[in-house]
Write a protein that binds this ligand. Structure first.
Ligand SMILES: *[C@@H]1O[C@H](CO)[C@@H](O)[C@H](O)[C@H]1NC(C)=O
Ligand SMILES: *[C@@H]1O[C@H](CO)[C@@H](O)[C@H](O)[C@H]1NC(C)=O
Ligand SMILES: *[C@@H]1O[C@H](CO)[C@@H](O)[C@H](O)[C@H]1NC(C)=O
Ligand SMILES: *[C@@H]1O[C@H](CO)[C@@H](O)[C@H](O)[C@H]1NC(C)=O
Ligand SMILES: *[C@@H]1O[C@H](CO)[C@@H](O)[C@H](O)[C@H]1NC(C)=O
Ligand SMILES: *[C@@H]1O[C@H](CO)[C@@H](O)[C@H](O)[C@H]1NC(C)=O
Length: 237
């Protein structure tokens, strides 16, 4: 090796740590890109080789991602016609401060694992097709100050850990939860009682059906008994 080669080797060693690789971010991005389908090819430069070192300090090599101290800190993937779902491994992006997947066509559940993203301050999943409950674990996110799951297909009660936060935690009003037919509880109204008349009508229908069935059964029994007695009488004669 000549001295020039030594120089190159030294330079390469010096440069290496700048292109920080992080196994957690790599796992997170790998799973995320596998779970998303990207028909408009907006994430054209999301490749496995980039996932090994997606950041150089605060420079990001991935469209839609920003970096801080060599870690993925924000994912802004709004309005890209994305389909697919959120992988639980998104929680491996442990330095994530904001996640915006709004206005896509994403579906499936919201993984409870997101409750372990300690630095998450903004979560926007609005205008998608997410279903299932809102995980109560999201209430563990003490830094969360912007939260939006409006316009999805979520159902069940709004967890008190999110709907009715206390102390220094940011509070969220109904606009964070609106537009999910199956969702109820503070700050949304309580379960819709209008379901009951419908049930009652079905009940009345079933009940009256049963009553008429029993009535016709009794009529048939009585008729059988009467004819039986008649034929007995006939035989006695
Ligand atoms: C990926 O795309 C983004 C924006 O489209 C750009 O800023 C970034 O430099 C690209 N990265 C590479 C490695 O091509
Ligand atoms: C969403 O993207 C489409 C193009 O794909 C654009 O026409 C539209 O204005 C965007 N909407 C918002 C709210 O940015
Ligand atoms: C990555 O995320 C998955 C799913 O939440 C979790 O089971 C796993 O422990 C995480 N890995 C690390 C190294 O934190
Ligand atoms: C979430 O994103 C939508 C656009 O997709 C925006 O209109 C809305 O204000 C955002 N919500 C919050 C809480 O920032
Ligand atoms: C919200 O929390 C406060 C304090 O914990 C409690 O007094 C109140 O009843 C709760 N409101 C609702 C609608 O759950
Ligand atoms: C609900 O909260 C949002 C901020 O998250 C705010 O912009 C909006 O004015 C609030 N709406 C009401 C009715 O308080």
């Amino acid at each position: 090796m000549g001295s020039r080669d030594h120089l190159f080797a030294a330079a390469a060693l010096l440069l290496l740590p700048l292109f920080s690789s992080n196994p957690d971010d790599e796992r997170c991005l790998t799973h995320l890109s596998q779970s998303l389908s990207d028909p408009l090819k907006s994430l054209h430069n999301w490749s496995a080789t980039t996932f090994t070192s997606p950041c150089d300090g605060s420079t990001s090599f991935l469209s839609g991602a920003t970096c801080n101290n060599g870690r993925i800190s924000n994912l802004f993937l709004s309005n890209l016609s994305l389909t697919g779902s959120i992988p639980p491994h998104l929680s491996n992006c442990t330095a994530l401060q904001s996640l915006d997947l709004s206005s896509n066509a994403l579906s499936g559940p919201i993984p409870p694992d997101l409750g372990s993203l300690l630095y998450l301050a903004a979560l926007n999943l609005s205008s998608n097709a997410f279903s299932g409950p809102i995980p109560a674990q999201l209430g563990l996110l003490v830094r969360l100050s912007a939260f939006d799951v409006s316009g999805n297909r979520l159902s069940g009660p709004v967890p008190a850990s999110l709907g009715n936060r206390t102390g220094n935690l940011a509070r969220f009003n109904a606009s964070s939860f609106d537009g999910n037919k199956g969702l109820y509880g503070y700050p949304l109204p309580l379960p819709n009682k209008s379901g009951f008349p419908g049930l009652a009508i079905v009940g009345i229908g079933l009940g009256s059906g049963l009553v008429s069935l029993m009535l016709s059964f009794i009529v048939v029994c009585v008729w059988l008994r009467v004819t039986e007695q008649r034929s007995e009488n006939d035989e006695e004669r």
